[in-house]
Design a protein around this ligand. Structure first.
Ligand code: PLP
Length: 370
């Protein structure tokens, strides 16, 4: 095929990203009305009502291009975070900020250090940027910062740290991060992805914005998770002004749409909604982990809104049986975690439904094997 010869080598080398199955797709396939999605770490409470109202008010303006600088949202964030607007960039999801960091700073052949397994976008975007990826295995389902440090060479440009990590839900502590940052040379950028920041209750979790003055740190967060706006695609990154300048150089002029900008600004002001989401996740996580334990299933302790567990030898079948019962979770063999399932913490009703069906499936298997 001639087209294959036209495609860039790095594009040919990409393993496609497999998203959680959309609700609409499963409804079509199974011809059922009710489907529960616990597969993409979205917020089951929905978007903030204030965000919905703001988006409705903005609808009539979509004939006009958005503000390319997201002025009002950056101003609101700067105030909340005690930073300058010049320390902030808004992205079409924090995914875009990951891509921009690579676009702005990577020349072909530069090295990027990435844990394995972790959030898949880092590697996907690094391969597209023609970076050389140095993979560092997790240790007991946690980032091994000591081993990542060992991988730094004179060619290293960028290191990705998901904190908390996805898909494990584990985190690195303030002390671990501080020791790590001390050892990283100033000409190596550290990208700290805090997509689940709002859910973390651990006391030794780092407040990483205070490291921005080191000059080589990028911290990203998102409106996709606790703020419930995954479908709008909006996230932000904070860094030294100079870093933000170059990220902007690589950014498309109108990367964040109008509805996302006003929705995010309203959601940011809705403290009640974030608190409710946090309370829901905190209680739901305890419930699900307790029930997994009762079933003798091994799980990774999580500080985020999902739990990774080993479903046993028949993990893949358990995943598809759940699917046939209208419950979408994530099957993790694509991450090299065979037989593992990642389940998002939902509303208490969704969590109970998931556990009830999981128990039924496990029970049926026991009976078959008797
Ligand atoms: C969900 C997630 C994101 C968020 O992506 P968006 O593009 O902001 O929706 C980023 N990093 C990690 C580790 C995630 O799990």
């Amino acid at each position: 095929m001639e087209i294959k010869k036209l495609a860039r080598k790095c594009v040919q080398n990409i393993t496609p990203y497999l998203p959680g199955k959309p609700i609409e797709e499963l409804k079509r396939e199974l011809k059922i009305k009710k489907v529960y999605k616990l597969a993409s770490n979205e917020n089951s409470l929905g978007p903030s009502p204030l965000a919905i109202a703001a988006i409705k008010r903005e609808l009539g303006n979509v004939n006009r291009y958005p503000d390319g600088n997201s002025f009002y949202l950056r101003r609101a964030l700067a105030k909340k975070l005690k930073l300058y607007p010049e320390n902030l960039i808004i992205g079409n999801g924090s995914d875009e900020l990951i891509v921009l960091a690579l676009k702005a700073f990577i020349n072909p052949g530069d090295e990027v250090i990435i844990a394995e397994p972790t959030f898949l976008i880092y590697k996907l975007a690094a391969v597209l940027a023609e970076a050389k990826v140095r993979s560092v295995p997790l240790r007991a389902f946690r980032y091994d910062l000591e081993a990542m440090k060992e991988q730094i060479t004179s060619k290293t440009k960028l290191i990705f740290i998901a904190n908390p990590d996805n898909p494990t839900g584990s985190y690195v502590s303030a002390l671990e991060i501080e020791n790590f940052l001390k050892a990283v040379p100033k000409n190596v950028l550290v990208f700290i992805d805090e997509a689940y920041y709002e859910y973390v209750e651990a006391r030794d979790y780092p407040q990483s914005l205070k490291y921005l003055n080191k000059g080589n740190i990028i911290v990203s967060r998102t409106f996709s998770k606790a703020y419930g706006l995954s479908g709008l695609r909006i996230g932000w990154a904070a860094a030294a002004k100079e870093i933000i300048y170059y990220l902007n150089q690589a950014r498309e002029p109108f990367n964040v749409n109008r509805l996302a900008q006003v929705g995010a600004e309203a959601a940011l002001a809705d403290k009640r909604h974030v608190l409710r989401s946090r309370a829901m996740v905190s209680a739901g996580r305890k419930y699900i982990c307790g029930e997994l334990k009762k079933q003798n299933l091994i799980f990774v302790p999580s500080v985020a809104n999902f739990v990774l567990f080993n479903a046993g030898e028949k993990g893949v079948q358990i995943f598809s049986e759940l699917l046939h019962r209208g419950i979408i979770v994530r099957e993790m063999s694509g991450w090299g975690l065979k037989n593992f399932i990642r389940v998002t913490i939902g509303t208490s009703g969704e969590n109970k439904l998931f556990i009830k069906n999981l128990k039924k499936i496990l029970q049926k298997r026991k009976e078959i094997h008797r």
